[in-house]
Write a protein that binds this ligand. Structure first.
Ligand SMILES: C[S@@+](CC[C@H](N)C(=O)[O-])C[C@H]1O[C@@H](n2cnc3c(N)ncnc32)[C@H](O)[C@@H]1O
Length: 416
C-alpha cells in the first residue's frame, strides 16, 4: 500500500502515531537545498526564505532524526544531496548534516556507512565563472544498526566486462560484478511523457529502483519525508513495497497522481524485461565462468605435468557437470609423476576454486571408456576456445607431435 500525504514533515512523528503507521525500514530522501529553490511559494516550506543556515540545518536534521526514531532497528537512510555555493565558497551541506547528527545525538543517530557519487552524466547548462560543470551529487548511505538489509546480489550486472574476462575467469565473480560507489543515472529532465518538467528536482526512477533493490525486501515500508514528484512511492508500489511520502505542496500530489505514477508504470514495464534478461545473462555467464575456471586449471596442470615428467602426454579432462570438480586423466601406458606441489598452481586453484582429481589411464581403457564421446581439443594458452572436435580413437592413434600442448575434454567453450 502507498500513501502520499500532503503535510509538513515537521509533524512526522504525530503523523505516524495518529495514522498508526508501522516502522519503515528504508528512508530515501532529498531535502530542499537551503534557500536555493522556491517550492510553490509555500510559506511553511523548509529552506527557501530561511536566511540563517543553522536554522535550516536544525529543521532538516531534526526531521531526519525523527525518521531514525520511528524506523525499524534494521533500517537504512539514503540521503541524496548536493553541496552548494554561497559568497564564492562551496558549502558542504551533506557533511554538515552528518556532523549535526553526531554533535546533537552522539551515538543515538544515523551512522554513515558509505558515500556514493551519483554521476548525472548530463546536467543543466554550465556557467563557467571559476567552477566546473556540476555533474555529480552525493548519496549518503546511513544505517541505524549493524544489522541492515543489503541485497548486493540483486543489483549485480555483467555488462561492460573487461576484455580479459575469458583469460582471467578466476578474477570475476560468477554472479556478476558488484556495483561500485559511483552510480550513473541521467536526470529525468524532460518529465514523464508530456515533455514538461513539472517538479524542480525529481529522482530518476532507476536510482530509486537501485536503492529499493539493495535496501529492502518485498513488503517492507519505504518513507520519503520530502516526496516531491513521488518517484519513491511510485517505484516502491511497482516493486511490491509499501511506501509513505510526505510533501507540503498539494500540487506535487496531483503531479504524482496524474503523471509520475503513469510514467513509472511505463518505465517498469520496460525495466522488468531488462531485469529478466539480465538474470538470464548472469546465469549463462555463471555457467561459462565455471567452465573457464576448470579449463584454465586443467591447462596449467597439463603444462606442469609435462615439465616435471620431461615429456608430453595425452590429457583427458572429464567434467563433473555443475560441480567444481574435474577429473584429469593422463593417458599413458607407463608411470607418470602426478605431483602437483607447485606454488603457482596452488595459487591458481585457490582462486579458481576448482578441484582437479588427477589419475593415469592406459590407452586401451581410455579407448573403450570414452568410445563415441565427442571431445573438444584445446591448446593450453587458448583454453577459452576449442580448436576442433574429435574422438578418442583419433587421439590415441595420433602421431606424438600432433598432441603436444593440447588437452581434450568434454567441456565445450568457444569464445573468440
Ligand atoms: C528536493 S525536493 C524532493 C524531490 C523528490 N525527491 C522527487 O523525487 O521529486 C524537496 C521537496 O521538499 C518539499 N518540502 C519543503 N518543505 C517541506 C516541509 N516542511 N514538509 C514537507 N515537504 C517539504 C518541497 O515541496 C519539495 O517537493
Amino acid at each position: 500500500m502507498i500513501q502520499y500525504l500532503v503535510d509538513n514533515s515537521k509533524n512526522l512523528k504525530e503523523i505516524f502515531t495518529n495514522l498508526k503507521i508501522p516502522a519503515p525500514s528504508l528512508i530515501i530522501s532529498s531535502p530542499p537545498y537551503f534557500d536555493i529553490l522556491n517550492y510553490e511559494d509555500n510559506k511553511d516550506q523548509i529552506g527557501y526564505g530561511q536566511n540563517i543556515y543553522q536554522d535550516y540545518l536544525n529543521d532538516i536534521v531534526s526531521i531526519f532524526q525523527n525518521c531514525y526514531e520511528i524506523s525499524s532497528e534494521n533500517s537504512t537512510f539514503w540521503l541524496i544531496i548536493d553541496t552548494y555555493r554561497r559568497d564564492g565558497e562551496t558549502r558542504t551541506l551533506p557533511f554538515d548534516i552528518n556532523s549535526e547528527f553526531k554533535r546533537k545525538y552522539h551515538t543515538n543517530s544515523w551512522k554513515l556507512k558509505e558515500v556514493i557519487i551519483w554521476d548525472k552524466e548530463k546536467n543543466l547548462p554550465w556557467n563557467g565563472t571559476g567552477k566546473f560543470k556540476n555533474q555529480f551529487e552525493y548519496i549518503l548511505f546511513f544505517s541505524k544498526s549493524e544489522d541492515f538489509v543489503f541485497n548486493i546480489d540483486s543489483v549485480r550486472e555483467i555488462d561492460d566486462l573487461k576484455k580479459w574476462w575469458k583469460t582471467y575467469p578466476e578474477r570475476y565473480n560468477p554472479d556478476g560484478k558488484a556495483p561500485s560507489n559511483i552510480w550513473q543515472f541521467t536526470n529525468p529532465l524532460r518529465g514523464w511523457g508530456n515533455g514538461k518538467q513539472n517538479h524542480l528536482c525529481p529522482f530518476p526512477f532507476p536510482l530509486v529502483e537501485k536503492i529499493i533493490s539493495i535496501a529492502t525486501n518485498p513488503g517492507d515500508l519505504v518513507l520519503d519525508p520530502f516526496a516531491g514528484s513521488g518517484s519513491v512511492l511510485a517505484i516502491s508500489e511497482l516493486m511490491d513495497r509499501n511506501a509513505i511520502g510526505i510533501d507540503i505542496n498539494a500540487k506535487y500530489y496531483s503531479l504524482f497522481k496524474n503523471e509520475v505514477q503513469h510514467g513509472a508504470k511505463e518505465y517498469w514495464e520496460k525495466r522488468t524485461k531488462e531485469i529478466n534478461q539480465n538474470r538470464q545473462n548472469i546465469l549463462q555467464f555463471k555457467k561459462t565462468n565455471l567452465k573457464l575456471r576448470k579449463l584454465k586449471s586443467i591447462s596449467n596442470i597439463c603444462s606442469h605435468l609435462n615439465t616435471i615428467n620431461d615429456s608430453e602426454f595425452i590429457y583427458l579432462a572429464i567434467d563433473n557437470l555443475n560441480s567444481k570438480t574435474i577429473n584429469l586423466l593422463v593417458v599413458s601406458n607407463r608411470i607418470v609423476d602426478l605431483t602437483i606441489e607447485n606454488e603457482k598452481i596452488s595459487d591458481l586453484l585457490r582462486q579458481t576454486k576448482v578441484k582437479v582429481d588427477v589419475n593415469i589411464i592406459n590407452e586401451k581403457t581410455a579407448k573403450s571408456e570414452f568410445k563415441g564421446i565427442t571431445l573438444y581439443k584445446y591448446k593450453y594458452d587458448r583454453f577459452y576456445s576449442y580448436t576442433t572436435t574429435t574422438r578418442i580413437k583419433n587421439i590415441v592413434t595420433r602421431k606424438a607431435s600432433d598432441c603436444f600442448t593440447y588437452f581434450y575434454t568434454d567441456i565445450s567453450v568457444k569464445i573468440e
